[in-house]
Design a protein around this ligand. Structure first.
Ligand code: SAM
Length: 271
């Protein structure tokens, strides 16, 4: 795709800055993680199940909290992210928490040239797919890294969410396409979602729309067999200001009858 380097260079520059801000933010609870708490949510913990003794490739592992939490659950973890800063923080946290895990800096589209191994589990979660221009190739890469009989698991924000203006629950406006376009959205950003007070030099980021059918079709076309596909009316982060937190720790749309899809998960296996 024309301009692909421009898009990924801009996104990497942004994520390098976000990695540092996010790791120091209250939103991500790095201190709690270092005291022994998991950063994983009940959705992925319950659905993926026992990972002990299994090799797990975490795609887009950010600054490492979830990857290291899977390692604490007993998996042999390899985290991959294109952010140099994210990988440096991940390695540092692994050292601090005395967790044995490996982190590789790579764009996931380049990963087959960098890593020559197969895994029991390929895992990815929350806020990953909008950053990828080609889901067909993404799913082929997922399948490539799985051992026969291996499991792919994704828990991700529902693509329906990205279509909405997120400010006013009583005046929802559609601001983005649900279905893929031939070019990415371009947004100006001056700070991270995890800490609005810390500003960065304003820059553009690039995000791609992918509907559920594109996501599911790419997984099936890559030769994986889908075991389940779930949708949830809750999310683990307060992505919109009007959400309310319930006792289970998840954020919900505060309406007695109308419930919206906030998260989806898919488990698929390689035959
Ligand atoms: C919202 S974060 C994912 C967070 C994840 N739930 C976690 O904490 O483990 C998205 C991550 O994708 C990474 N990323 C974006 N595009 C990428 C690409 N093409 N290859 C590798 N990493 C990428 C960013 O650097 C960022 O760390």
């Amino acid at each position: 795709m024309k301009d692909l380097d421009k898009y990924y260079n801009a996104n990497k520059t942004m994520w390098d800055q976000f990695a540092k801000i996010n790791a120091e933010s209250k939103t991500y609870k790095t201190d709690e993680f270092l005291k022994g708490e998991t950063s994983l949510n009940s959705i992925e913990l319950e659905e993926l199940g026992d990972v002990s003794g299994k090799s797990l490739l975490h795609l887009q592992s950010h600054f490492g909290l979830d990857a290291l939490s899977w390692a604490r659950e007993g998996a042999q973890v390899t985290g991959v992210d294109f952010s140099t800063e994210g990988i440096a923080i991940s390695r540092n946290l692994a050292k601090k928490a005395k967790i044995d895990a490996r982190f590789i800096q790579s764009n996931i589209f380049d990963l087959p040239d960098v890593l020559d191994e197969k895994f029991d589990i390929v895992y990815t979660s929350y806020g990953v797919l909008v950053w990828l221009h080609d889901l067909k190739r993404w799913a082929e890469i997922v399948a490539h890294f799985l051992k026969p009989g291996g499991t792919f698991y994704i828990a991700e924000f529902h693509p329906f969410l990205w279509t909405l203006d997120n400010e006013d629950p009583n005046d929802f406006k559609f601001i983005r396409s649900y279905f893929p376009l031939d070019k990415p959205y371009q947004f100006e950003v001056d700070g991270s979602y995890a800490d609005a007070a810390k500003k960065i030099k304003p820059q553009l980021d690039y995000e791609w729309a992918h509907g559920l059918s594109s996501i599911i079709t790419s997984i099936v076309d890559a030769g994986l067999r889908i075991k389940f596909f779930h949708e949830f009316n809750k999310m683990p982060f307060q992505l919109f200001p009007f959400l309310i937190k319930r006792d289970d720790g998840y954020w919900y749309y505060d309406h007695p009858e109308i419930q919206l899809p906030f998260v989806f998960s898919i488990m698929a296996t390689k035959e």
